[in-house]
Design a binder for this molecule. Structure first.
Ligand SMILES: [Zn+2]
Length: 271
């Protein structure tokens, strides 16, 4: 489970090496400034991952070693324990009314909020907000989104960022976010956090795991409510077409998730 920290997408020249509960971040760069920048961004990413997985870094035990071929003595300043990305993630969770377990990658996409390190990189170019610069920032975000190790369900629904970010209508709410993030009142989700004894759909039996896909696109229980033409592959495009479609899906989401919540409560009352 903890090997995930070794697979985080880090800036160029950065690698994580782990042994037992120690990790080393190796950063290679041509200039000291570049090394400090890459190192700080990597630390933010690693600390976010640790926070997402209920872990933390012992800041006071962290050491940095600078290896350089230059003869003059150089000093590097590297901050460990910055809360910036964590706060940024929390803002995205609030904007989208997401469950707090939603990953940073998915929360930022659902909120349409550009990752803070990409914004910082854009700012360093001196062309913040210019159309060309913003396009290359979104392209970088898209590449990162495509290789993200978290948020796979959200990526299945929203594989392309541009149409989602450029829409002119539609706001996500508590219920829509539960479909798009996959974190919601589904038995599979509740089971993962030990709130249910099994992840199976009560209506369909042990062969069916009740997750977002099952509840919205498969379960016959909601077949009459769900429009049959809606699929995992077209639901977001359909919502992006016009406000009417968006509202229809939002109402559908609210109806199904309220029912799933009622079912959860009645299971609890029976226990
Ligand atoms: Zn079912």
């Amino acid at each position: 489970m903890y090997d995930g920290i070794l697979r985080q997408a880090l800036p160029e020249g950065c690698t994580v090496v782990g042994f037992a509960d120690d990790i080393a971040l190796v950063t290679v760069a041509k200039t000291l400034e570049e090394a400090m920048g890459r190192c700080s961004l990597s630390i933010d990413t690693l600390m976010s991952w640790l926070a997402d997985n209920g872990l933390s870094l012992a800041d006071h035990k962290t050491e940095a070693v600078l290896i350089s071929s230059r003869r003059i003595v150089e000093k590097a300043t590297i901050r460990v324990g910055r809360q910036c990305k964590t706060v940024y993630r929390r803002c995205a969770l609030r904007i989208t009314s997401s469950f707090c377990t939603v990953s940073e990658e998915a929360a930022l996409v659902i909120a349409g909020t550009i990752p803070i390190d990409l914004l910082a990189a854009e700012r360093r170019t001196g062309c913040t907000g210019s159309r060309t610069q913003r396009s290359s920032t979104i392209e970088a975000w898209q590449r990162r989104w495509n290789s993200s190790s978290t948020g796979w369900w959200t990526h299945r629904l929203i594989p392309s960022l541009i149409p989602w970010l450029q829409r002119r209508h539609g706001q996500v709410d508590f219920y829509l976010t539960q479909i798009i993030s996959g974190h919601g009142c589904y038995k599979d989700y509740l089971y993962r956090f030990k709130h249910e004894p099994n992840p199976c759909c009560d209506h369909c039996g042990t062969a069916s795991i009740e997750d977002a896909e099952h509840a919205f696109f498969i379960c016959p229980l909601y077949e009459l409510r769900t429009e049959r033409f809606l699929t995992v592959d077209n639901i977001i495009n359909c919502m992006l077409e016009n406000q009417r479609n968006w509202d229809a899906v939002a109402n559908l989401a609210a109806g199904i998730l309220k029912d799933l919540r009622r079912r959860e409560q009645s299971r609890r009352n029976q226990q």
